[in-house]
Ligand binder design. Structure first.
Ligand code: RB5
Length: 148
């Protein structure tokens, strides 16, 4: 994969644990360094704890890119987008994944493990990792986020 140089930090709750494991395997098989922030099983946990870990690591610059998955992707999006410098995009289709990189320079991909099938999720991840940011007028729009 084109963007295989970027290490990824990934996290999920119990609802998306199976999808996290599938995505993790896909990334490792593609030669992408992946750090797993948990959770580590099907036991019920709070998605916010894992969202905070991954979004915190992206916000601080420790990781350039992250992936977060919960049941719907909604809770993870909400928590991740509270962090400065985080642009988390909930994507359930390939077009949105592509646009989230081209126009929004999304640095966290969020998916819903109970919403999106695993085969589609892998295609979304692939697209998201391979697509670059267009910059220009889109950067000017993102710059306004810092005025909040
Ligand atoms: C867990 O039951 C569920 O609420 C969580 O995975 C997520 O969908 C929250 O937004």
């Amino acid at each position: 994969m084109e963007n295989s140089g970027t290490p990824i930090i990934i996290g999920s709750d119990h609802a998306a644990f199976p999808m996290k494991e599938t995505v993790k395997k896909f990334l490792s098989d593609a030669g992408i360094e992946v750090t797993d922030a948990g959770t580590s099983g099907l036991e019920s946990v709070d998605y916010s704890d894992f969202g905070i870990k991954v979004a915190g690591a992206v916000s601080s610059g420790e990781f350039e890119r992250g992936i977060l998955i919960c049941g719907t992707g909604l809770g993870m999006s909400m928590v991740a987008n509270r962090f400065k410098h985080v642009r988390a995009a909930l994507c359930g289709d390939i077009f949105s994944a592509r646009m989230s990189r081209l126009h929004n320079n999304a640095n966290i991909l969020v998916m819903g493990g109970r919403v999106t099938g695993e085969a589609l999720a892998i295609e979304i991840v692939k697209t998201w990792l391979e697509t670059g940011f267009e910059g220009g007028r889109h950067q000017a729009r993102l710059d306004k986020f810092d005025m909040i």
